[in-house]
Ligand binder design. Sequence first.
Ligand code: GTR
Length: 335
Amino acid sequence: MKKQTRSLRTLAALGLVGALALTGCGGGGESGGSQQWSLGETHPKDYPTTQADIWFADHVRERTDGRIDISVRHSAQLGEEREVIEQVQMGAAQMTRVSTAPVAEFVPAFGVFSMPYLFDDEEHLWRFLEGDYAQGMLGDLRESGFVGLAYYEAGARNFYTVDKPITSPEDLEGLDIRVIEGSVNADMVEAMGGSPVTMDYGEVYSSLETGVLDGAENNEPSYVSSGHYELAKHFTMDAHQRIPEVLMINADVFDSLSEKDQQLLRDVAQESVAEQRKLWDQEVEESLAEMKDAGIKIHDVETTEFQESVSGLLDEARKGEYSEVMAAIDEVRES
Ligand code: GTR
């Protein structure tokens, strides 16, 4: 039943988006006509990523004199992240802003961003994201039909639970914890001793409500804006992951543009990063204030035990498929 509902929704989205794209696809040349694109976004309108998407769309529209007209379809109007990525891959939607976690299902190299305790802090993450290696990874998205335009900030992910507070990895034992798509995320919770449940973001609220889940994990802005804080009132500051977001476009759509417009899209996307990061910092502060007002029990924990519980996972990754990228991340740490 769930599957059927989901595929019907995808079909509806495809029909709608396909029609939208066709009305405007006058070749996208600079000789007139406008391209109408859809940009899929899971978060509500006032969320920092959505606001940055809108900033990007407004500046692209302005700087192309309306030749490229991007409509930001926020609040998961086009479906959950995985389906939206598929739509962009097929060209049914043109762009999306998603977490790099589900992108790993399409381009496995992106799974590295889900590795726990990979980055020391936000500064370490951004020194890596702004460097050649990570910028090159945006280009690697092409192997699956995308062009990556920019990374956005998504803070640190933390556990939150309905009944039992998590103060050490042992507390996760026997708990069903929702994880974001991408196998590394399930491996992480398993290594810590919990039972991972991979589930769409949009299903987490009702699953916390009905007891299908004992908890989930996310950054403060998502925890608050999704309403999960109304149901899971223990929030553990364990900062187990820093998974950046990515803004990407269908590669054929991108290739159909003039070189000038391609550069313009890249430039505006890179410029939107500063805007997104500024909004992000504000939103984290506001979310923490809302959490306090709502009486959320915030557990400040020592992360050593959490880190130790996943050290095997990291060691394996360092020797295996992520050896090169993790060496690059370590190098940035030491530089
Ligand atoms: C948020 C992220 C979303 C989505 C969500 C999730 O932090 O911004 O794109 O991936 O997490 O947990 O599914």
